[in-house]
Design a protein around this ligand. Structure first.
Ligand SMILES: CC(C)(COP(=O)(O)OP(=O)(O)OC[C@H]1O[C@@H](n2cnc3c(N)ncnc32)[C@H](O)[C@@H]1OP(=O)(O)O)[C@@H](O)C(=O)NCCC(=O)NCCS
Length: 161
């Protein structure tokens, strides 16, 4: 498996992964179409790292500044992470999160943050293994299938100073 920066031509395959990986465990919007436009002007390939094995994409992570503000440029945020259901449990997710952290560090970021639904146990375990700590919780931030779900804010320091 290799991790590399995404290319524009990866879009259709990443849209299929997004469609297959979708569930209310991890998502707060309805399932995207299998042929949805994946990249956009505000969501360019350079912000994505993909995991690839034998020419097949297994998953992706996106990291980008949380806001366009100059005063916020020392922070990056994981703004998307998905692994194909049939490629899970083999360390692909962990490799993608580590790659996102390395990319953020290489861009000069001091911290990397993320938001995860409280009921998304697989993702929370993964982030914990990758050194993320819980910064806080927004109680009942979403209503999913008739139940209120907390939103958990996590972060990891990328520098030693
Ligand atoms: C969360 C998600 C990205 C994890 O991806 P993954 O590739 O399965 O992650 P990993 O393989 O690194 O870790 C998953 C488990 O496999 C285990 N594992 C990793 N490599 C392994 C190996 N070689 N052999 C056996 N088990 C292994 C890990 O220890 C981990 O165990 P856990 O279930 O006790 O935590 C994936 O489930 C997913 O796409 N979910 C839907 C989208 C989502 O939730 N995104 C995050 C939104 S905030």
């Amino acid at each position: 498996m290799q991790i590399r920066v995404a290319r524009l031509e990866d879009g259709p395959e990443l849209a299929r992964i997004d469609h297959a990986a979708w569930s209310w465990l991890s998502d707060v919007v309805p399932q995207p179409a299998e042929d949805a436009e994946f990249f956009g002007e505000r969501c360019p390939p350079e912000e994505f790292r993909v995991a690839e094995a034998a020419g097949v994409l297994l998953g992706y992570v996106r990291q980008a500044p949380p806001t366009p503000l100059a005063s916020n440029q020392h922070v990056r945020q994981i703004r998307g992470l998905a692994v194909s259901p049939d490629a899970r449990g083999r360390g692909v997710g962990q490799a993608l999160v580590e790659a996102a952290c390395a990319a953020a560090r290489a861009e000069g970021a001091r911290r990397i943050t993320l938001r995860v639904l409280a009921h998304n146990t697989p993702a929370r375990r993964l982030y914990g293994r990758c050194g993320f700590q819980v910064d806080g919780v927004s109680p009942e931030e979403f209503r999913i299938n008739g139940a209120y779900v907390d939103d958990v804010w996590m972060s990891r320091r990328l520098t030693t100073d």
